[in-house]
Design a protein around this ligand. Sequence first.
Ligand code: GLU
Length: 298
Amino acid sequence: MLTHTTHPTQPYIGRFAPSPSGSLHFGSLIAALGSYLRARSLGGKWLVRIEDIDPPREVAGAADDILRTLEAYGLEWDDTLLYQSQRTEVYQTTIDTLLSQDKAYFCRCPRKLIQEEMSGIYDGRCHQLMPKHTQGAVRIVNHAGVAEFTDTIMGKIRVESAFAAEDFIIKRSDGLYAYQLAVVLDDAHQGITEVVRGFDLIEASCRQLSLYQTLGLKAPEWLHLPLACLTPGFKLSKQNHAQAIDTHKPQQSLHAALAFLGQPKVENDANVANMIAQAVAQFDVNAIPRQGEILIAN
Ligand code: GLU
């Protein structure tokens, strides 16, 4: 049986970390529900973190809308919400330290140059410069170059090695902190023991594992859920205008999400909390389909 085995004495802490770029849709419900059921079925905590570090992509009111939707679906979180926009000092201090230790460097290569001269994978040339740039994007020196990890349900996952070895960006040239850095610092800060999220983030998981090594932080475990796709290779997303899920009658989407995750049926109930409680009691991590994506009807 697959269970949470690596830290048997450590209480389980899971999380859901939406970006406030739109309302929750069926795809994000899968990530919220999957991470919630996993955490609660193990008697663990479930935290919610709002990943609001990319103002140009943010939609006004989306963070509150997401939180009200989680409540309407009976997904109650523990502790206080964490907003990444309140953590920028920690991100900057970490970047300053990495720069001072030559574990990160400024890069001024335009994306076009990386596409044309380096086939899209950055070759680290700004790290060799003398003197070095003192502004631009900040890249991590990716010594660890993690290309594989073991997923709780999917087993060994490998990503392309050139991609895995790339010195990737941890702060953008426009001054915004990169998702990879923020998510690692916050998951470590919140003591997350297992990250449950969509299969589209397996490459991100490798990059994040590299960062855990460079920063000397203890990495969590990983459980990637299948993605809901309308056509092969196209996940439901805010970018392709996936429909917001119904907050007034959550029952139908909840049944569909449980079925998507391979979970046993629950009884329909006007009180959605009862449905969630039953889903927690019946949750079977081994029943989650071991697939990167699943096609759903529109
Ligand atoms: N904020 C990311 C998103 O909404 C998810 C990050 C994660 O779960 O690590 O796509």
